[in-house]
Design a binder for this molecule. Structure first.
Ligand SMILES: N[C@@H](CCC(=O)N[C@@H](CS)C(=O)NCC(=O)O)C(=O)O
Ligand SMILES: [Fe+2]
Length: 356
């Protein structure tokens, strides 16, 4: 199986991408609104098709990316029938099964943090995604959104600690950068409800957490009750539309050779190779401005600010660094020629100079 743990640093949220190798079908658990572009890039690069976005619960600290993913990738949205949310494609309850290709996630309700919290258990019981019920050596809070400490204690003991000791547990958050735990570990070492800790001890602990409310709660909860419909929140920056660009998981806007050929007249093509390469066997794109990468920071003022820039080099690596330098110099509309002159030539695009 393909498995990726993805992090949103602003809210310390983990999203989980699970893909079935045999069919390429995937699910994404707890997508974050501001990370949809990044996550969609990864899904494309791994050659996956996103079947479902799954919520572990209605989040109070960030907006879900479920609706934006549905808009971009046609994925369907599922969450608990007890969540109170509208706009989902499927409302889940006990023992429901989410199928993606030849793999399955099994639904176990684990209320306590909210009434509609779910844990998703992988078909082979190798891993479970516990949302904000069981965290690593901790638990989610129980002081708002129908929180109920006694319910959480039962959820953990009956629905999570009943899994095999070796089952890996992946939470929706960790505020210390910890990434994964296991049933056996949490049974022994969870300070809130592991070992001999009883229900009364746990409730006493939870009643005295004294946490400040999440900063975004007033935006996040109403938006999440509509599955993060873009109209309910301010959109993250729109995608650039000056040429057909693709965003990569590496964080770079890219253009392919034929896209650049079509838009060449409207952009500045910046070649950051050495002069001997520019004049060498690969040739160069007609009209390309030559500024070697090492000189770019000092010579950026030679470029116009009112036209997008496409950076070019031999294979696409130095030109990617050129974008960082130009960004630091305040340029906005930037893209990298994917694969550089090697791919430009391989795809039969025309060059000035160069050998055959
Ligand atoms: N400082 C964070 C608070 C986040 C928070 O309250 N997280 C919830 C999950 S939605 C929780 O259960 N936290 C447990 C804890 O902080 O111990 C924010 O403002 O977003
Ligand atoms: Fe939460």
């Amino acid at each position: 199986m393909i498995f990726r743990q993805l992090f949103d640093p602003q809210s310390s949220t983990y999203s989980y991408l699970l893909g079935d190798r045999a069919t390429g079908m995937a699910v994404l658990i707890d997508p974050v609104f501001e990370q949809v572009r990044r996550d969609a890039a990864l899904i494309a690069e791994l050659g996956l098709r996103l079947a479902w976005t799954l919520e572990t619960h209605v989040h109070a600290d960030h907006v879900t990316g479920a609706s934006l993913m549905k808009q971009r990738l046609g994925s369907r949205i599922a969450l608990s029938g007890r969540s109170g949310a509208v706009g989902a494609d499927r409302m889940l309850g006990a023992d429901d099964v989410i199928t993606f290709g030849e793999r399955r996630l099994l639904v176990r309700p684990t209320p306590g943090h909210t009434a509609g919290c779910l844990t998703y258990v992988l078909d082979d019981h190798h891993a479970a995604f516990t949302g904000d019920c069981l965290l690593i050596r901790g638990t989610g809070r129980t002081d708002f959104q129908q929180g109920d400490a006694a319910a959480m204690f039962r959820s953990v003991h009956e629905q999570i600690f009943s899994l095999p000791e070796s089952c890996l547990l992946y939470p929706a958050h960790d505020y210390r950068g910890l990434t994964v735990t296991s049933v056996g570990e949490e049974k022994r070492f969870n300070p809130r409800l592991g070992g001999e800790v009883g229900l009364g001890d746990f409730v006493g602990h939870m009643e005295n957490l004294r946490l400040a409310h999440p900063k975004k709660i007033d935006i996040a909860v109403p938006a999440n009750l509509q599955c993060g419909r873009p109209e309910t929140v301010q959109e993250p920056g729109a995608d650039p539309d000056w040429a057909p660009l693709t965003y990569s998981f590496a964080g770079i806007w890219e253009i392919n050779p034929h896209g650049l050929e079509e838009h060449a007249a409207a952009v500045q093509i910046l070649d950051v190779r050495q002069p001997d390469e520019y004049a060498g066997p690969l040739g160069h794109i007609s009209g390309a401005i030559l500024i070697p990468l090492g000189e770019l920071a000092a010579r950026a003022a030679e470029l116009r600010r009112d036209r997008p820039i496409v950076a070019v080099c031999r294979a696409g690596s130095r030109s990617a660094q050129a974008l960082t330098i130009l960004q630091q110099a305040g340029f906005a509309d930037l893209a990298n020629l994917a694969g550089g002159m090697l791919r430009w030539r391989a795809e039969g695009c025309p060059v000035d100079g160069g050998g055959v």
